[in-house]
Design a binder for this molecule. Structure first.
Ligand code: PLP
Length: 445
């Protein structure tokens, strides 16, 4: 345990900030404060070094303190701190959209800017619904998500999401008519798979069952994460995403990939769509887009979808949707500089090179007390611990805490520990992460 609180703030000064996705009282009794960051490392407010094994929150893909990015943002703020993009424009918004279109799978080259992953998801769902109406299929209003899916915290996102705690408190405010595919996590069949699990592609056929139940003519879109992060790293069984694509094509249903964590190099290609060789109709992104430096998200839409809106009189607004800060100049500057770093250092494919090291790191944990699964893909790793009877999540939290005390930041979801380090990670960092995690797991046993 932390004997000394790692903050200079008095307990009374910690009360006003209502912290997101945090056990506020537990945190405020024993706070963990980060004060500085560079490369792979955070420093706490009391000067301890913390190796970042989660890229902040799956977003700092190029590592911390990238001067190119902060200088680009500072220069933009000095030139023009804000410009509207409703009936107005500024050049870097168009430049960024072009750069993103060039990076995306062919055809996904129409870009709508948002400020977060949640906004990207709600934007994509709205585009899907409006698209169906624009092409004369206005009865297609149903959205299909997946159990254990995480699509942010907007009402659209929690409707298609499948994590019970994110939904149960807001039940009566869900969008009507949504349904869910089964999730693809199976410890029984796939425990300790290296890379994509081999069992479970058939779970995509459940979409046919939902279509038989609701009829395709009522379904607008299916949304899934190519790899789920927030629910504790759930990988697509080999062939699963391709099968989903086939079924969506057969029934003329849009397929949305939520690439908020898989986008920008996490799985060894710029996007999961390329890594898994399946092109969706819409793709949601955020996080790595700006290396986490400035909030920003982007929705990639197919030409077919965009063109369906570009009908009717030219003076009419085609999509009644947008944010004051869509394509904010400082965010565009951050994103353009981030894309430069990614290109110069070839970071968007580095996860493919480093994947074997991640695989070794997590699978070395097999056999430690309570470890019931280790899984990995690209620069994503996870270890799942058996839950204590009646006290789920406590073991995972204690492991997270021990890792932090020993200088490694991991992410805990229930009894699952996830690793998603910056893409600049070296094998020596992974070795250290593995060693600290193993020690913590042993000790918490
Ligand atoms: C797949 C996915 N979608 C959406 C989100 C929400 O992003 P944000 O927290 O930026 O709203 C996340 C965040 O982790 C995510 O993993």
């Amino acid at each position: 345990m932390n004997a000394k609180p790692s903050t200079a703030l008095a307990p009374s000064e910690l009360q006003s900030f209502w912290m997101p996705f945090t056990a506020n009282r537990q945190f405020k009794a024993n706070p963990r404060m980060l004060a500085r960051a560079e490369g792979m490392t955070y420093w706490t407010a009391d000067g301890r070094e913390i190796l970042d094994a989660v890229a902040g929150l799956w977003c700092v893909n190029a590592g911390h303190g990238r001067r190119e990015i902060t200088e680009a943002v500072a220069a933009q703020l000095g030139t023009m701190e804000y410009a509207p993009t409703f009936q107005m424009g500024h050049p870097s918004a168009f430049e960024l959209a072009n750069r993103l279109a060039a990076l995306a799978p062919p055809g996904l080259d129409r870009i709508f800017f948002t400020n977060s992953g949640s906004e990207s998801v709600d934007t994509a769902l709205k585009i899907a619904l409006a698209y169906q109406r624009a092409r004369g299929q206005g009865a297609r209003t149903r959205l299909i998500g997946r159990e254990k899916g995480y699509h942010g915290v907007g009402f659209g996102g929690i409707t298609v999401g499948g994590i019970v705690n994110n939904r149960k408190f807001f039940g009566s405010s869900m969008l009507p008519g949504a349904d869910h595919l089964p999730h693809t996590l199976s410890i029984e069949h796939n425990a300790f798979s290296r890379g994509l699990p081999q069992w479970g592609a058939h779970l995509a056929n459940e979409l046919e069952r939902l279509i038989a139940l609701h009829d395709a003519s009522t379904i607008a879109a299916v949304i899934v994460e190519p790899v789920s992060g927030s629910a504790g790293v759930i990988l697509p069984p080999a062939g699963y995403l391709k099968r989903l694509r086939e079924i969506c094509d057969k029934h003329d249903i849009l397929l949305i990939f939520d690439e908020v964590i898989t986008g920008f190099g996490r799985v060894g290609k710029p996007f999961g769509a390329q890594a898994f060789d399946v092109t969706p109709d819409l793709m949601t992104t955020a996080k790595g887009l700006t290396n986490g430096a400035i909030p920003m998200g982007a929705v990639f839409a197919s030409r077919k979808i965009y063109d369906a809106f570009m009908q009717g009189p030219e003076h009419t607004i085609e999509l009644f949707h947008g944010y004051t800060y869509s394509a904010h100049p400082a965010a565009c500057a951050a994103a353009l500089a981030t894309l430069d770093v990614y290109a110069r250092e070839q970071l968007l494919t580095r996860a493919a090179t480093m994947a074997p090291h991640m695989e070794e790191t997590v699978h070395a944990l097999k056999g430690l007390p309570n470890v019931i699964d280790c899984r990995n893909y690209g620069l994503i790793g996870a270890v799942e611990l058996e839950a204590r009877p009646g006290r789920p999540g406590t073991r995972g939290y204690e492991v997270f805490l021990k890792c932090f005390e020993r200088g490694v930041l991991v992410r805990q979801t229930g009894d699952i520990i996830a690793l998603s380090p910056p893409l600049i990670v070296e094998s020596a960092h992974l070795a250290r992460i593995g060693e600290v995690l193993a020690g913590a797991i042993r000790e918490v046993a």
